[in-house]
Design a protein around this ligand. Structure first.
Ligand code: GDP
Ligand code: MN
Length: 436
């Protein structure tokens, strides 16, 4: 059951952490995409096409998530300032570890993790780490926890083996270092167990796995129990990845999670209202913050044509056709079915806030949404929002003629109508300054 040999080695893993689980087909899309490509992928995944969207948690969030499922962690708390860091250290008990919270690995090597014996040391380290750049990520938050005396460092994770259509648990007695390194230099040091979601993970199977992995005898019962809890966290908590590296055995014989890497499956967000707490907006740009406040399904991109469409599929096609005719999209925005004046005004407001936008392409295909209602929404929105850029409309589908009639008297240089999606895309791209 362990040592499954057909598990492929690392596929496309979380890009934000080199020491990610040796995933078997696991992938994660960062919520803070650093490249255009990732943003576009996010746009696509949020539209529910070929890939789902994932949300990576910070270590402190991952640990708080673990704690909900009874996985032991060190007592600690988050801090955004030096004073808060000292207060958290006082509460956790000295000595403490001061840990940079960034969604990137190798924090220890980069100087982002420091031990502190007293408040002065916490002050010093917190001041040094806050604002530090770790592989391109600026540290804005710290996690302060009671320091552990480490006897051993292990590794444990759950992820999905897509090829096998089973969950995959990996355990190693060689934790603390990057797991890819272990996989490359000593693959036998990682024990693997496929878990059928129908059967779940039994205590016995977990015990056999930790024994197979060669964890120290005194750590095995606690490690097995912890694995079962980690499995519950992974399944009931709807994680794509739940990884502990290192999982430690302390000198006084306790097993607990010293680090946490959790990727949530965003498709399950509807049944986890508590995830809203994780949705810190520090990773969002201003446009996305504004869009979120207005409840819009918006993803910022770097181009010059703002896009408003009803339906995720149409929004994506709109993005594609703008690209096809030589333009660049400034955003992905699906206003969904309820394209009334409020939604339209909110959408135009967000796009208007983007200084890079030179033209706005409103692409509506009426179905359940009636085009005349959308048209009234556009008229009303234009009354409320002072739009900087010209708007190109393409209206088709249910009540399209009525909709066009409503807008006819409002047409101007800044509000133009085109009969087809392609013509509208060409017009919008031309108004935005032509092909790039
Ligand atoms: P990462 O480098 O980003 O993966 O951060 P980790 O949270 O995994 O910490 C890196 C390393 O710092 C660990 O492998 C430990 O060796 C060390 N470390 C973290 N917390 C403690 C602690 O409480 N006590 C001690 N002695 N070392 C710690
Ligand atoms: Mn780690």
């Amino acid at each position: 059951m362990t040592g499954v040999s057909d598990v492929p080695s690392r596929g496309v893993g979380p890009t934000w952490l080199p020491s990610s689980a040796l995933d078997a087909g696991h992938r994660a899309t960062p919520i803070n995409p650093v490249t255009r490509t990732n943003q576009e992928n996010d746009a696509r995944s949020s539209a529910g096409t070929e890939r789902e969207q994932s949300v990576d948690l910070y270590e402190y969030q991952g640990k708080q998530y673990f704690a909900k499922f009874g996985i032991p962690i060190s007592p600690g708390g988050a801090a955004d300032t030096v004073d808060e860091a000292v207060a958290q250290a006082d509460a956790a008990g000295y000595p403490v570890v001061v840990k940079a919270q960034v969604k990137v690995g190798g924090r220890g090597k980069a100087g982002g993790i420091q031990l502190a014996d007293d408040a002065d040391a916490v002050r010093r380290h917190a001041a040094a780490i806050l604002g530090m750049d770790i592989h391109g990520h600026t540290v804005r938050r710290l996690w302060i926890e009671n320091a552990s005396d480490i006897a051993r460092e292990y590794y444990a994770s759950f992820t999905l083996d897509r090829a096998a259509k089973l969950h995959l648990c990996m355990v190693s007695a060689k934790g603390g270092v990057e797991i890819e390194e272990v996989a490359a230099t000593d693959p036998d040091a990682i024990s693997r167990l496929h878990v059928d979601p129908v059967d779940g993970l039994s205590e016995q199977a977990a015990a056999a796995l930790v024994a197979d992995a060669g964890l120290d005898d005194e750590a095995r019962p606690q490690a097995a129990a912890l694995l079962v809890k980690l499995y519950h966290c992974y399944v009931e908590g709807d994680c794509d990845l739940a990884e502990i590296n290192p999982l430690i055995l302390t000198t006084d014989g306790r097993v607990h999670a010293l680090d946490a890497k959790v990727t949530l499956d965003d498709n399950a967000a509807y049944r986890h209202p508590e995830w809203d707490d994780f949705a810190g907006d520090e990773e969002l740009d201003e446009r996305e913050k504004l869009a979120r406040e207005k409840g819009l399904n918006y993803i910022g991109l770097s181009g010059s044509v703002g896009i408003i469409a009803n339906g995720a599929g149409l929004a994506m096609s709109t993005l594609d056709v703008v690209t096809q005719v030589g333009g660049t999209a400034a955003n992905f925005l699906d206003i969904g079915g309820g394209a009334n004046a409020d939604v339209m005004a909110a959408a135009l407001d967000v796009i208007n806030s983007d200084a890079a936008v030179r033209a706005i392409f409103v692409n509506i295909f009426g179905g359940i949404t009636r085009v005349d209602e959308v048209a009234n929404g556009v008229v009303e929105a234009l009354r409320r929002v002072d739009i900087r850029s010209p708007i190109v409309l393409r209206l088709d589908g249910t009540n399209a003629e009525a909709g066009r009639a409503i807008l006819a008297e409002h047409l101007s240089e800044k509000l133009v109508m085109e009969p087809t999606m392609l013509a509208a895309a060409r017009r919008a791209v031309a108004l935005a300054g032509g092909e790039k």
